[in-house]
Write a protein that binds this ligand. Structure first.
Ligand SMILES: [Zn+2]
Length: 348
């Protein structure tokens, strides 16, 4: 193994130990930086020479079957690493900059699926989410920005449904983020004609109990998903809205009728990840702290279901709705009041 290979392995291992989500190799005028995104912070870990950084980037590009000779166009690639400490899935993208090429590596750990009780800040939300799995059909929608943990939550639920309730599960995703044995996982491939809508129609003929639809992006997918949930399937999916109420309005935008929403929609969960206060220090954590702390972030949920959901749908019809579910803001305030999270996280 040469120096470049060794160094590349070290950087990957280091990012794993620190639970970094991305590695950035950023060329500068005289040298290059290796930075890691750890939680929200971008931390500079190494300064290397430009020549070394060019070799390092070429090495990663080679591993990811990218065109090493091409440095003037942006490129994407993917790479699986089966290290003894973990199974990693890396997505690489290069960008030509004023100072040569830069590379960003996004890291997906193929970690064990965590039970929901270990993901949620409040056990009551985990309990409520798990209870939805006992329905034989209906639509469960997760909302929240990218990186708010929706996929992790859905996989935790699917895992419980598979192992505790023995359900047959099919997923449609773009991309498939977590490999899971025993589930049929289908990658969306628009060029090959596997769109969400087309894929979902095909999946329905495969007799699933539970279907995960990565995202509802268009009216057609919304309609097929609602139809699936009305015909004996439990459908888990995501929508891009800020809060739980927004999901009802978004379904209306996709021309799903009030009646269809009433019959199909079981629950909406708006989710955020919050940083948990460090038990070892006050304030800014050192790298050592970050290595020591197993749990750094947990999920909080705004859960809209049952009577409250009926009232929100009523309100969407232009009538007066009366509901009392805890909003994300209220749930986070509770976390702050109990001393789990920082005030700045509540404001965010
Ligand atoms: Zn700390």
């Amino acid at each position: 193994m040469n120096t470049i290979e060794q160094f590349a392995d070290t950087v990957i291992k280091e990012s794993y130990d620190l639970k970094a989500s991305d590695i950035h190799i950023v060329p500068r005028h005289h040298d290059a930086m290796i930075q890691m995104r750890i939680d929200r912070d971008l931390v500079t870990k190494h300064i290397i020479t430009r020549a070394f950084s060019e070799k390092l980037i070429s090495h990663f590009k080679f591993l990811a079957s990218m065109d090493i000779g091409e440095k003037r166009k942006p490129q994407n690639g993917a790479l699986e690493i089966q290290a003894e400490y973990a199974h990693l899935h890396l997505r690489l993208s290069t960008l030509p900059t004023m100072n040569n090429e830069s590379l960003v590596i996004r890291i997906h750990f193929q970690t064990m699926v965590q039970p929901l009780s270990q993901l949620a800040l409040f056990p009551s939300s985990a309990k409520a989410l798990l209870s939805f799995l006992h329905h034989s059909h209906g639509l469960i929608i997760f909302t929240g920005p990218t990186g708010s943990g929706k996929t992790t939550t859905m996989y935790s639920l699917l895992h419980a449904a598979q192992h505790e309730l023995n359900r047959r599960i099919v997923t449609l995703e773009d991309p498939v983020e977590k490999r899971s044995d025993g589930m049929l996982q289908i990658q969306i491939n628009e060029r090959a004609g596997i769109t969400y809508a087309a894929g979902l129609k095909a999946v329905l003929r495969h007799d699933p109990d539970i279907i995960l639809v990565g995202e509802i992006r268009d009216e057609e997918t919304a309609k097929v998903a609602v139809r699936a949930s009305l015909t004996g399937h439990l459908v888990l999916t995501t929508l891009h809205t800020n809060d739980a109420k927004g999901a009802v309005l978004r379904l209306l935008d996709f021309h799903i009728t009030h009646a269809e929403i009433e019959q199909s929609l079981l629950a909406v969960a708006a989710q955020r990840l919050v940083e948990i206060k460090c038990p070892f220090c006050q304030g800014k954590c050192s790298s050592l702290c970050k290595k020591m702390r197993k749990v750094r972030r947990l999920s909080v949920y705004e859960l809209l279901y049952g009577g409250d959901l009926k009232q929100v749908i009523l309100e969407a019809r232009g009538k007066k709705g009366v509901y009392s579910y805890a909003t994300l803001k209220q749930v986070m305030n509770k976390g702050y009041a109990l001393g789990y999270i920082e005030e700045e996280d509540v404001q965010r």
